[in-house]
Design a protein. Structure first.
Length: 334
């Protein structure tokens, strides 16, 4: 048993359920008849026994005693906060075109990236009933795309909708001033910022996706309230590291720095290039009034997830992609 099934990495807040025994922490709830107990804390080590920091104390739980690990947000988060952040994130990556269908924010972006080609239930009125899903599916069919839903777990569970579940994504957030302090001194090879991405930037980023048409990639990454800015570091005449950022404002007036397209040439990883790109984007964000940062990382990308935690990012919420089990005639049956 390990923590990986929960998507947790060192630095996350988790609940660990374990069997009581001589080698496990005493049942702090004081129930002498209990066979199991729970402990909530910050995961500080998952290489051997699970070690959690709780109220200033580090407890150790043998792996063979662990029955479940549940990942929690870095702090208690209300559903309204999830909706607010999802609104911000949607404006930061809105696809080439978008529309509202019965409380769902539907994005299309020529098939490049899941996020730019998915529908999210951002309004409280959003439902996953058959008529709504058919309308969403028809909108995507008119654009030659399959319907894809991005479902924040706390707002709408994929298991209740029905269909083929895809990758889970973690939405991470961080206070921008604290992130800036952690990145202070990162100036050995400052990144260059531009208002538009050139062909080499687009080629580097498109290598991660499924679309070869750089025009489609350009349209997707250039969209967004802001507008976005693009960072790059070149080495030996080639793109070595890139990133994208956009500042969007929430309904409460708070400005958020949305980070995306962070990529480094695999042969150049470990040299701190991503940190330098991030430092440049964070400095730009603060200059443009941003107070907090947000980004998305796939739960299975534990290397990137661990790096973001070391920088001070914490889990806000998760969402999962799902292809609903509906089929629509793009002509509407005409």
């Amino acid at each position: 048993m390990g923590v990986s099934p929960s998507g947790a990495v060192v630095g996350d807040r988790v609940v660990v359920r374990y069997l009581l025994g001589e080698s496990t922490p005493a049942d702090w709830r004081g129930n002498p008849d209990a066979a199991q107990s729970d402990v909530t804390g910050i995961l500080v080590d998952d290489a051997g026994p699970l070690r959690l920091e709780r109220d200033g104390e580090v407890v150790s739980i043998p792996v063979d005693a662990v029955t479940s690990v549940r990942l929690l947000s870095a702090r208690p988060v209300r559903n309204s906060e999830i909706r607010a952040l999802e609104h911000v994130a949607a404006r930061a990556w809105p696809g080439v075109e978008h529309t509202w269908i019965d409380g769902w924010f539907c994005r299309a972006g020529h098939g490049f990236s899941r996020r730019a080609n998915s529908a999210a239930p951002l309004e409280m009125s959003a439902r996953a009933d058959l008529p709504t899903l058919l309308r969403i599916a028809r909108w995507y069919a008119e654009r030659g795309l399959p319907p894809l839903l991005a479902l924040p777990d706390r707002l709408m569970k994929a298991s209740t909708v029905g269909g083929v579940e895809d990758i889970e994504v973690q939405a991470l957030t961080c206070d921008l001033s604290q992130l800036s302090d952690r990145l202070a001194g990162t100036v050995s090879a400052p990144a260059v910022l531009t208002d538009t991405p050139d062909e080499s930037w687009l080629a580097a980023y498109s290598a991660r996706g499924t679309v070869d048409d750089l025009g489609s990639v350009r349209a997707v990454v250039a969209a967004g309230q802001g507008p976005p800015v693009f960072a790059r570091i070149d080495e030996n005449g080639a793109v070595a590291s890139i990133g994208r950022a956009v500042v969007t404002q929430a309904a409460d007036g708070r400005k958020w720095l949305g980070l995306s397209a962070l990529w480094t040439d695999p042969e150049r990883r470990g040299a701190g290039l991503s940190t330098q790109v991030l430092a440049a984007l964070v400095a730009w964000g603060r200059e443009n009034g941003a107070e907090s940062a947000h980004l998305q990382v796939e739960t299975t990308n534990r290397l990137a997830g661990s790096w973001y935690r070391r920088l001070g990012f914490g889990l806000h919420h998760t969402y999962r992609y799902l292809t609903p089990d509906v089929h629509a005639d793009p002509t509407g049956g005409r």
